[in-house]
Design a protein around this ligand. Sequence first.
Ligand code: SF4
Length: 397
Amino acid sequence: MAGIYLHIPFCKSKCHYCNFFSLASQKLKVPFLPALEREIDLTREYLGGETVQTIYFGGGTPSLYSPMALQGLMERVTSPPGPSPGGYTSPPDPSPAGEGRIVRPADMEITIELNPEDVTEEYVAGLRKTWFNRFSLGVQSFDDGDLRTLNRAHSAAQSMRAVTLLKEAGYGNISIDLIYGIPGSESSGWEKNLEIAFSLGVPHISAYALTVEARTPLAWMIERKKSAPVSDELQEKQFRTLVERTKANGYLQYEISNFCKPGHHAIHNTNYWNGVPYLGLGPSAHSYDGRSRRWNISSLSGYITAISKGEPVFESEQLTPDQRYNEYVMTSLRTMWGCNGKKIIFDFGITIYDLFKKGIMPMIGQGWVTKKEEVYYLTDEGKLFADRVASALFITG
Ligand code: SF4
C-alpha cells in the first residue's frame, strides 16, 4: 500500500504562526496546475507499482481551487500512464459524476484540507461531484479573539457553518484542526472550544500545541513584546484538559495529537507513522520509498521552471539503519499501537534492542512508559514528555 500527497502552495493571507511553504500571492495559481500534472506523469514509477490507498490534498489551501480542478488532478494520479512518456495531456472532462466519469477506486481514502471560509453551499455542491470522502477543516479555534491573534482569515461562525454544510451534504468523515496554548487564551476558552467540537459531532480532531517558529510574524511579535509569549504551563494545562475531555466524550487518542471516534482514524497519516511509502507532489513536498527520503525544491517559480523542462528538482537522502530505528521509535511511541520490541529485534537486531531496553527502563520507573508483551506505550503523563523519551532512546553519532 502507498499514499500520495499533493501540496497546494497558495493561501489568501499568511497566518502569524505559519512556517509551511505557502505564498499569499496567487500569481502562479494558473501555471501551477499543469506543472503539478506534469510532475504526476514524471514520478509515476516512484512507488514501484504499490497500490495507492490514500490521496491527501494539503497545503497551503487546496480549497482555493475549484472542486473540479482538484478532481482532475485525482483522476490524473489514478489513471494509467499517458500516451507519450513525460508528455502532458488535458485533464479529464469535468462532467458530473455518473456521466462517463472514472469511478473512485474502491476503499481509497481521499482527503482535502479546507479553510472554513471557502466552504460555501456552492463549494460543497461542487465537492459532491468529486471523489473526496474525508474533509479536514482548518478551524484552529472557535474563539474569534484567538483567530485574530493567529491572523486566520475566517471566523468561528464560518467554521461552525462549514461543519454543518458538510454534514448536510451527507459527509460523515470530517476532521477539525485545533490549536492550544494560544497567547492570551484562557483555560475556560479552550474547554469551550472542545465543547463546541463535541457538540458539532465531528468524529476526528487533530489538536496541536502552538509552536513559535523562527522567522514568523508570531516570533517577531513575541520578541518585540507585541504579543504575550507562549506559556509552557498553559500548554500543559490545556493538553491535560484535551486528553481528559476527549476521552470522556468517546474519542480515542490514537496519536498524541490525533483523536477519533472508533473507525475514524486518518488512514493517510497512520500510514506515515507506520512507515508506509508515499509520494509527495508539489513544491516542498516530501516522499519516502521505504529506504530513502526526498524533498522537492521550496520555490514555486523554481518548481514550475524545472518541471516544465521535465527535470524535477529535489534533494534526497538514503536512510541509515540508525536513522530508520530512530524514526520508528519516535513515531511508534506517539501512537496507541506503541513501540514493538519484537519489531526492533526483527528489523534492527538484538544489540539495538538491548540498547533500547537500557534506555527505556528509567522511563518505565518514572511512570512515563508502560509495557505489555514486549510492546511499549507512553502513559498519559509520558505523553507530555514524548520528545524527551524518544531522544533518550535515539542512537546518535
Ligand atoms: S492557511 Fe495554513 S498554510 Fe496557509 S498560512 Fe495559514 S497555517 Fe499556513
